[in-house]
Design a protein. Sequence first.
Length: 132
Amino acid sequence: AEIMKHPEDIRGTTADILQNIASGNAPGKQEGYLCLMTASGFACTDPDRSCCIGCGYEIYTKTIMRCLTAEYKRLVERKKNTDEAETIRCSKILKDAIMPVIAEMVVSMKQLYPASDISPLLQEMKGGLRLC
């Protein structure tokens, strides 16, 4: 990561960077996507790239995948430590809500952005699910 190679060159403090992200002042190339590079005051590292999916600095997709993976883990743990009715409810949420969304995200990314490298996102997702 270019930012980490020269931390003294970051044009904003961590608080400023987080404020840019929280306020939506870190636009990516695509509407609705946020970028860690623009939040830090840097230009896009790959100006020829047509989409943000698969970029190591894109925030939106990673955040959603992390939230889904965390919810998956939470529900799996809850199933282990609760009564039968709650176990059934958690299983239904996993089967009908969480897993279909994760699967749809992965399939959609490959179909909509075939040139993007989603392997880092998949590795992160696998790591989160492996903890369960």
